[in-house]
Design a binder for this molecule. Structure first.
Ligand SMILES: [Zn+2]
Length: 191
């Protein structure tokens, strides 16, 4: 995971997002139950049931802030873009105008169901974009260190797994990359 560059315009917004490490979390139930149902639905490749559970997670999440829930659409095989130098797969996206989340439930090459952890993590990422735009007044919803930490917090909370303190390495151009070996070696804190 890599952050966006500090933009020339909207620096204040970027820095505000970068320093915001925590968010209020929704009550544990019903989100954890919806997540378990989503895991089962994903395993049996039931797109409709995945969509119902993912939507319900979005509703419970948004209810914690009293904001409208995003629309969630579940699609089939991930779009894949191949160029001379890279292969990019889209796992999910969020439309800042229509507040719609799209998630793809199948891998591009083997067309297998996406692993549950990856799928839930993508949903949490897109829900944090929604929160940025609708609630936190972060209209450009940059991928900052704070953004990834907020999304990670939500993910581990829903899964009831310990949160890891993310360790960042600065890259050229002021971007940051998560240093996974250091992060995995580090301490965990309770959700
Ligand atoms: Zn994103």
């Amino acid at each position: 995971m890599i952050t966006d560059k500090l933009p020339r315009k909207n620096k204040d917004e970027y820095l505000r997002s970068d320093s915001l490490k925590a968010i209020q979390l929704p009550p544990a139930e019903p989100v954890r139950t919806h997540a378990r149902q989503m895991e089962e639905a994903l395993a049996r490749e039931d797109r409709k049931a995945v969509q119902i559970s993912a939507t319900a997670i979005g509703v419970a999440f948004s209810g914690a802030y009293d904001i409208p829930a995003p629309k969630v659409r579940i699609l089939g095989v991930r779009p894949r873009e191949v160029t001379e130098t890279s292969v990019t797969e889209t796992f999910g996206d969020y439309d800042t105008e229509t507040h719609k989340i799209r998630l793809w439930m199948r891998t591009a090459v083997l067309q297998k169901p996406t692993a549950f952890g990856t799928f839930l993590s993508t949903l949490c990422h897109e829900l944090c974009h929604h929160l940025d735009v609708v609630h936190l007044d972060l209209e450009n919803t940059y991928h900052t260190r704070g953004f990834y930490e907020r999304a990670g917090l939500l993910y581990h909370y829903i899964r009831a797994t310990p949160v890891r303190q993310l360790v960042w390495t600065e890259q050229k151009g002021g971007r940051y990359n998560i240093n996974w070996p250091e992060t995995m070696r580090g301490s965990t804190r309770a959700t």
